[in-house]
Design a protein around this ligand. Structure first.
Ligand code: C2E
Ligand code: MG
Ligand code: MG
Ligand code: MG
Length: 282
Protein backbone atom coordinates (compact mmCIF):
# COMPACT_ATOMS: atom_id res chain seq x y z
CA UNK A 1 0.00 0.00 0.00
CA UNK A 2 2.67 2.40 0.98
CA UNK A 3 4.45 1.52 -2.20
CA UNK A 4 1.51 2.21 -4.48
CA UNK A 5 0.80 5.42 -2.60
CA UNK A 6 4.39 6.41 -3.16
CA UNK A 7 4.10 5.66 -6.82
CA UNK A 8 0.93 7.71 -7.09
CA UNK A 9 2.55 10.60 -5.31
CA UNK A 10 5.40 10.36 -7.76
CA UNK A 11 3.01 10.29 -10.69
CA UNK A 12 1.23 13.38 -9.40
CA UNK A 13 4.55 15.01 -8.82
CA UNK A 14 5.81 14.44 -12.36
CA UNK A 15 2.41 15.47 -13.71
CA UNK A 16 2.60 18.75 -11.89
CA UNK A 17 6.19 19.32 -13.02
CA UNK A 18 5.08 18.74 -16.60
CA UNK A 19 2.16 21.13 -16.18
CA UNK A 20 4.47 23.70 -14.68
CA UNK A 21 6.94 23.51 -17.51
CA UNK A 22 4.13 23.70 -20.07
CA UNK A 23 2.87 26.79 -18.28
CA UNK A 24 6.33 28.35 -18.37
CA UNK A 25 6.75 27.45 -22.02
CA UNK A 26 3.49 29.23 -22.81
CA UNK A 27 4.52 32.34 -20.89
CA UNK A 28 7.87 32.30 -22.67
CA UNK A 29 6.24 32.14 -26.10
CA UNK A 30 3.69 34.82 -25.27
CA UNK A 31 6.35 37.10 -23.76
CA UNK A 32 8.40 36.92 -26.96
CA UNK A 33 5.30 38.11 -28.84
CA UNK A 34 4.61 40.74 -26.18
CA UNK A 35 8.05 42.25 -26.81
CA UNK A 36 7.26 42.57 -30.49
CA UNK A 37 3.64 43.63 -30.11
CA UNK A 38 4.17 46.46 -27.67
CA UNK A 39 2.36 44.85 -24.73
CA UNK A 40 4.92 45.81 -22.07
CA UNK A 41 4.49 48.96 -19.99
CA UNK A 42 6.49 50.92 -17.46
CA UNK A 43 4.69 52.02 -14.32
CA UNK A 44 6.24 54.67 -12.11
CA UNK A 45 6.39 54.83 -8.34
CA UNK A 46 7.50 58.12 -6.74
CA UNK A 47 10.59 58.34 -4.55
CA UNK A 48 10.23 61.22 -2.11
CA UNK A 49 13.07 63.15 -0.46
CA UNK A 50 12.07 62.99 3.21
CA UNK A 51 13.67 66.28 4.28
CA UNK A 52 12.02 68.38 1.55
CA UNK A 53 9.05 66.40 0.23
CA UNK A 54 10.46 66.72 -3.29
CA UNK A 55 9.99 63.94 -5.82
CA UNK A 56 13.44 63.64 -7.30
CA UNK A 57 13.05 60.25 -8.91
CA UNK A 58 10.73 57.36 -9.70
CA UNK A 59 11.26 53.64 -9.85
CA UNK A 60 10.14 52.12 -13.16
CA UNK A 61 8.32 48.82 -12.57
CA UNK A 62 7.43 46.64 -15.51
CA UNK A 63 3.89 45.51 -16.31
CA UNK A 64 2.54 43.30 -19.10
CA UNK A 65 -0.74 44.34 -20.68
CA UNK A 66 -1.72 40.80 -21.56
CA UNK A 67 -4.42 40.54 -24.26
CA UNK A 68 -6.47 38.00 -22.25
CA UNK A 69 -5.26 38.25 -18.67
CA UNK A 70 -5.07 42.00 -18.20
CA UNK A 71 -2.26 43.83 -16.46
CA UNK A 72 0.31 41.34 -15.11
CA UNK A 73 2.90 42.14 -12.42
CA UNK A 74 6.54 41.06 -12.85
CA UNK A 75 6.32 37.99 -10.61
CA UNK A 76 4.19 36.38 -13.35
CA UNK A 77 6.86 36.59 -16.03
CA UNK A 78 10.26 37.95 -14.92
CA UNK A 79 11.35 34.64 -13.32
CA UNK A 80 10.46 32.80 -16.55
CA UNK A 81 12.32 35.39 -18.63
CA UNK A 82 15.36 34.89 -16.40
CA UNK A 83 15.15 31.13 -16.57
CA UNK A 84 14.66 30.90 -20.32
CA UNK A 85 17.21 33.45 -21.44
CA UNK A 86 14.80 36.23 -22.36
CA UNK A 87 15.63 38.67 -19.56
CA UNK A 88 18.24 40.59 -21.50
CA UNK A 89 15.71 41.51 -24.18
CA UNK A 90 13.29 42.59 -21.48
CA UNK A 91 15.94 44.69 -19.72
CA UNK A 92 16.91 46.44 -22.94
CA UNK A 93 13.25 47.14 -23.63
CA UNK A 94 12.94 48.64 -20.12
CA UNK A 95 16.05 50.78 -20.49
CA UNK A 96 15.01 52.07 -23.89
CA UNK A 97 11.50 52.89 -22.62
CA UNK A 98 13.05 54.69 -19.62
CA UNK A 99 15.38 56.67 -21.93
CA UNK A 100 12.46 57.70 -24.11
CA UNK A 101 10.54 58.81 -21.02
CA UNK A 102 13.51 60.72 -19.64
CA UNK A 103 14.01 62.50 -22.97
CA UNK A 104 10.33 63.41 -23.00
CA UNK A 105 10.41 64.74 -19.43
CA UNK A 106 13.69 66.55 -20.11
CA UNK A 107 12.12 68.34 -23.07
CA UNK A 108 9.33 69.54 -20.76
CA UNK A 109 11.76 70.80 -18.16
CA UNK A 110 10.84 68.07 -15.72
CA UNK A 111 13.74 67.00 -13.55
CA UNK A 112 12.90 63.51 -12.39
CA UNK A 113 15.32 60.58 -12.52
CA UNK A 114 14.30 57.01 -13.35
CA UNK A 115 15.55 53.92 -11.51
CA UNK A 116 15.28 50.62 -13.37
CA UNK A 117 15.74 47.08 -12.10
CA UNK A 118 18.41 44.96 -13.71
CA UNK A 119 18.98 41.24 -13.40
CA UNK A 120 22.23 39.44 -12.59
CA UNK A 121 22.01 37.76 -15.97
CA UNK A 122 22.27 41.08 -17.77
CA UNK A 123 25.89 41.28 -16.68
CA UNK A 124 26.72 37.98 -18.33
CA UNK A 125 26.25 39.74 -21.69
CA UNK A 126 29.58 41.18 -22.80
CA UNK A 127 28.29 44.36 -24.37
CA UNK A 128 25.59 45.21 -21.82
CA UNK A 129 27.44 48.38 -20.86
CA UNK A 130 27.87 49.43 -24.50
CA UNK A 131 24.22 48.84 -25.24
CA UNK A 132 23.09 51.03 -22.35
CA UNK A 133 25.60 53.75 -23.18
CA UNK A 134 24.39 53.69 -26.78
CA UNK A 135 20.75 54.11 -25.71
CA UNK A 136 21.60 57.05 -23.43
CA UNK A 137 23.40 58.72 -26.35
CA UNK A 138 20.66 57.95 -28.84
CA UNK A 139 18.00 59.59 -26.65
CA UNK A 140 20.36 62.32 -25.42
CA UNK A 141 19.72 61.49 -21.81
CA UNK A 142 22.14 62.62 -19.11
CA UNK A 143 23.52 59.42 -17.55
CA UNK A 144 22.95 60.74 -14.01
CA UNK A 145 19.20 60.61 -14.68
CA UNK A 146 19.39 56.83 -14.97
CA UNK A 147 19.75 54.65 -11.87
CA UNK A 148 20.26 50.90 -11.92
CA UNK A 149 18.91 48.77 -9.06
CA UNK A 150 20.54 45.42 -8.32
CA UNK A 151 19.74 43.06 -5.49
CA UNK A 152 22.40 42.32 -2.91
CA UNK A 153 22.70 38.69 -3.96
CA UNK A 154 23.24 39.67 -7.60
CA UNK A 155 26.45 41.21 -6.47
CA UNK A 156 27.54 38.14 -4.56
CA UNK A 157 27.16 35.61 -7.32
CA UNK A 158 29.53 36.76 -10.04
CA UNK A 159 31.45 39.53 -8.33
CA UNK A 160 34.45 40.22 -10.58
CA UNK A 161 32.75 40.72 -13.92
CA UNK A 162 29.84 42.59 -12.39
CA UNK A 163 32.03 44.97 -10.46
CA UNK A 164 34.09 45.92 -13.50
CA UNK A 165 30.91 46.68 -15.40
CA UNK A 166 29.48 48.62 -12.46
CA UNK A 167 32.62 50.72 -12.31
CA UNK A 168 32.21 51.64 -15.97
CA UNK A 169 28.58 52.62 -15.41
CA UNK A 170 29.60 54.74 -12.48
CA UNK A 171 32.37 56.46 -14.41
CA UNK A 172 29.75 57.33 -17.02
CA UNK A 173 27.59 58.93 -14.29
CA UNK A 174 24.85 56.31 -13.98
CA UNK A 175 23.76 55.91 -10.34
CA UNK A 176 23.82 52.47 -8.76
CA UNK A 177 21.61 51.16 -5.96
CA UNK A 178 21.52 47.93 -3.97
CA UNK A 179 17.89 46.82 -3.85
CA UNK A 180 16.17 44.84 -1.08
CA UNK A 181 19.11 45.53 1.20
CA UNK A 182 19.31 43.36 4.31
CA UNK A 183 17.86 40.23 2.73
CA UNK A 184 21.16 39.05 1.25
CA UNK A 185 24.43 37.81 2.58
CA UNK A 186 26.96 40.47 1.72
CA UNK A 187 29.60 41.14 4.37
CA UNK A 188 30.37 44.68 5.44
CA UNK A 189 33.87 44.52 4.04
CA UNK A 190 32.51 43.39 0.70
CA UNK A 191 29.84 46.07 0.69
CA UNK A 192 32.39 48.76 1.28
CA UNK A 193 34.30 47.66 -1.79
CA UNK A 194 31.26 47.97 -4.08
CA UNK A 195 30.97 50.97 -6.39
CA UNK A 196 27.41 51.94 -5.39
CA UNK A 197 25.65 55.19 -4.51
CA UNK A 198 22.51 54.03 -2.74
CA UNK A 199 21.11 51.37 -0.43
CA UNK A 200 17.41 50.52 -0.51
CA UNK A 201 16.25 49.08 2.82
CA UNK A 202 14.04 46.08 2.17
CA UNK A 203 10.42 46.71 2.98
CA UNK A 204 10.27 43.85 5.48
CA UNK A 205 12.38 45.99 7.86
CA UNK A 206 10.40 49.15 7.14
CA UNK A 207 7.33 47.12 8.01
CA UNK A 208 8.73 46.57 11.52
CA UNK A 209 8.13 50.25 12.18
CA UNK A 210 4.42 49.99 12.89
CA UNK A 211 2.00 51.72 15.19
CA UNK A 212 2.05 48.68 17.49
CA UNK A 213 5.76 48.02 17.77
CA UNK A 214 8.41 50.47 16.72
CA UNK A 215 11.14 47.99 16.01
CA UNK A 216 13.69 50.26 14.42
CA UNK A 217 16.79 48.21 15.22
CA UNK A 218 17.62 47.09 11.70
CA UNK A 219 16.51 50.26 9.96
CA UNK A 220 18.63 52.30 12.36
CA UNK A 221 21.63 50.06 11.70
CA UNK A 222 21.27 50.26 7.91
CA UNK A 223 20.92 54.04 8.01
CA UNK A 224 24.05 54.25 10.20
CA UNK A 225 25.92 52.02 7.80
CA UNK A 226 24.85 54.08 4.80
CA UNK A 227 26.04 57.29 6.45
CA UNK A 228 29.35 55.69 7.36
CA UNK A 229 29.85 54.70 3.72
CA UNK A 230 28.46 58.04 2.41
CA UNK A 231 25.59 56.33 0.62
CA UNK A 232 22.09 57.67 0.04
CA UNK A 233 19.58 55.53 1.90
CA UNK A 234 16.12 54.80 0.52
CA UNK A 235 13.33 53.07 2.44
CA UNK A 236 10.99 50.91 0.36
CA UNK A 237 7.50 49.88 1.41
CA UNK A 238 6.62 53.06 3.33
CA UNK A 239 2.91 52.58 3.97
CA UNK A 240 2.06 54.93 6.84
CA UNK A 241 2.77 58.45 8.01
CA UNK A 242 4.21 57.03 11.24
CA UNK A 243 6.77 55.07 9.25
CA UNK A 244 7.62 58.12 7.18
CA UNK A 245 8.13 60.32 10.23
CA UNK A 246 10.25 57.74 12.05
CA UNK A 247 12.39 57.21 8.98
CA UNK A 248 12.92 60.93 8.59
CA UNK A 249 13.91 61.23 12.26
CA UNK A 250 16.35 58.37 11.88
CA UNK A 251 18.03 60.20 9.01
CA UNK A 252 16.73 58.21 6.07
CA UNK A 253 17.08 60.23 2.86
CA UNK A 254 14.30 58.97 0.60
CA UNK A 255 10.98 57.13 1.02
CA UNK A 256 9.03 55.03 -1.47
CA UNK A 257 5.79 53.14 -0.90
CA UNK A 258 2.01 53.04 -0.92
CA UNK A 259 1.88 55.96 1.55
CA UNK A 260 2.80 58.20 -1.39
CA UNK A 261 1.35 56.07 -4.17
CA UNK A 262 1.46 52.70 -5.86
CA UNK A 263 3.22 52.35 -9.23
CA UNK A 264 1.22 54.40 -11.77
CA UNK A 265 0.95 54.75 -15.53
CA UNK A 266 2.80 57.79 -16.87
CA UNK A 267 -0.33 59.94 -17.18
CA UNK A 268 -1.56 59.00 -13.69
CA UNK A 269 1.89 59.71 -12.31
CA UNK A 270 1.95 63.16 -13.91
CA UNK A 271 -1.45 63.97 -12.49
CA UNK A 272 -0.41 62.79 -9.03
CA UNK A 273 2.84 64.78 -9.25
CA UNK A 274 1.05 68.01 -10.10
CA UNK A 275 -1.26 67.60 -7.11
CA UNK A 276 1.62 66.62 -4.86
CA UNK A 277 3.62 69.69 -5.85
CA UNK A 278 0.63 71.98 -5.29
CA UNK A 279 0.12 70.48 -1.83
CA UNK A 280 3.81 70.82 -1.00
CA UNK A 281 3.77 74.49 -1.99
CA UNK A 282 0.41 75.30 -0.46
P1 C2E B 1 11.47 45.77 -6.23
O1 C2E B 1 12.44 46.32 -7.20
O2 C2E B 1 11.92 45.63 -4.82
O3 C2E B 1 10.20 46.74 -6.34
C1 C2E B 1 9.35 47.06 -5.28
C2 C2E B 1 8.10 46.24 -5.30
O4 C2E B 1 7.36 46.54 -4.11
C3 C2E B 1 7.13 46.57 -6.45
O5 C2E B 1 6.41 45.38 -6.79
C4 C2E B 1 6.20 47.58 -5.81
O6 C2E B 1 4.92 47.66 -6.44
C5 C2E B 1 6.08 47.03 -4.42
N1 C2E B 1 5.75 48.06 -3.44
C6 C2E B 1 6.02 49.38 -3.52
N2 C2E B 1 5.60 50.03 -2.43
C7 C2E B 1 5.04 49.11 -1.63
C8 C2E B 1 4.39 49.19 -0.33
O7 C2E B 1 4.27 50.23 0.30
N3 C2E B 1 3.95 48.01 0.19
C9 C2E B 1 4.07 46.83 -0.45
N4 C2E B 1 3.58 45.72 0.13
N5 C2E B 1 4.65 46.73 -1.69
C10 C2E B 1 5.14 47.86 -2.26
P2 C2E B 1 6.27 44.89 -8.30
O8 C2E B 1 6.05 46.05 -9.22
O9 C2E B 1 5.29 43.76 -8.31
O10 C2E B 1 7.72 44.33 -8.61
C11 C2E B 1 8.23 43.22 -7.92
C12 C2E B 1 9.67 42.97 -8.26
O11 C2E B 1 9.80 42.63 -9.64
C13 C2E B 1 10.56 44.18 -8.09
O12 C2E B 1 10.92 44.34 -6.72
C14 C2E B 1 11.74 43.83 -8.96
O13 C2E B 1 12.63 42.97 -8.29
C15 C2E B 1 11.06 43.05 -10.09
N6 C2E B 1 10.91 43.95 -11.26
C16 C2E B 1 10.01 44.93 -11.48
N7 C2E B 1 10.21 45.53 -12.68
C17 C2E B 1 11.29 44.90 -13.22
C18 C2E B 1 12.02 45.06 -14.44
O14 C2E B 1 11.74 45.95 -15.27
N8 C2E B 1 13.08 44.21 -14.67
C19 C2E B 1 13.44 43.26 -13.74
N9 C2E B 1 14.50 42.46 -14.02
N10 C2E B 1 12.79 43.09 -12.58
C20 C2E B 1 11.72 43.89 -12.32
MG1 MG C 1 13.76 47.82 -7.34
MG1 MG D 1 13.24 46.59 -3.74
MG1 MG E 1 11.69 44.42 -2.18
Amino acid sequence: RAKSLGRNTYAFYTQSITRQSQHKQRIYGELKDALEQDQLRLYYQPQVELATGRVTSVEALIRWQHPQQGLLTPNHFIPVAEERGLIHKVTLWVIEAACRQLADWQSQGMEVDIAVNVSPRDFAIDDFYDQVEQLLKQYQVEPKRMHLELTENTLLNQPRQIIETLERFRALGVQLAIDDFGTGYASLAYLRSLPVDKLKIDRSFVNDISAAAHDTTIVRAVIGLSKAFSLTVVAEGVETEIQQDMLRELGCDVGQGYFYNKPLSESDFREWLTQWQQRERG
